[in-house]
Design a protein around this ligand. Structure first.
Ligand SMILES: [Zn+2]
Length: 165
């Protein structure tokens, strides 16, 4: 797993479409940049489900015991799940994900998915367009996404995924 991909994905953590853990309908995590301090994330980040009304604030989730230091004092912190098909804060499954023959393709939201789609459709053009402002997006996607092999197959899966209800 390369560092670049982590950066690429973390551009899309402001709003994350997830599967509600209670009713399994589409729900929303109001997220935050992974680059801001944890205090800011705690203020901003929350989950809410429009279908069943389940709602949680990030600040109210329990911290995890990370380690006990040499004085025997426990240290607590929050987990941030990076570069996984779950939201980084609560760890709920992302809504947009699909198993492909070449691996799991997933996105935090529609914008993220559309960008991956555009890249698969035309890697060269996207690479040129994004090179200057995004420090070469092309280098930040998994290799199998950028191979021409199976492009139509992937685009078909993405088109279907976009309509997922
Ligand atoms: Zn729900």
């Amino acid at each position: 797993m390369d560092e670049g991909q982590v950066d690429f994905n973390s551009d899309f953590t402001d709003q994350i479409d997830v599967v509600c853990p209670r009713c399994e309908k589409k729900a929303l995590v109001i997220g935050a940049s992974l680059r801001v301090p944890i205090m800011e994330q705690e203020e901003k980040v929350r989950f809410c489900c429009g279908s069943c009304g389940y709602a949680i604030k990030y600040a109210n989730t329990p911290k995890m015991l990370v380690y006990a230091n040499s004085n025997g004092k426990p240290r607590y912190s929050r987990m941030v799940y990076r570069n996984m098909p779950i939201d980084p804060f609560f760890g709920f499954a992302v809504w947009y994900k699909v198993e492909t023959t070449q691996g799991l393709l997933w996105a935090y939201n529609l914008e993220h998915l559309s960008l991956i789609e555009a890249y698969i459709a035309d890697p060269l053009r996207e690479q040129n367009a994004l090179e200057s402002k995004n420090n070469s997006l092309a280098n930040r996607l998994p290799k199998w996404v950028s191979s021409a092999k199976g492009r139509e197959y992937l685009l078909r899966l993405i088109a279907r995924l976009k309509l997922k209800k």
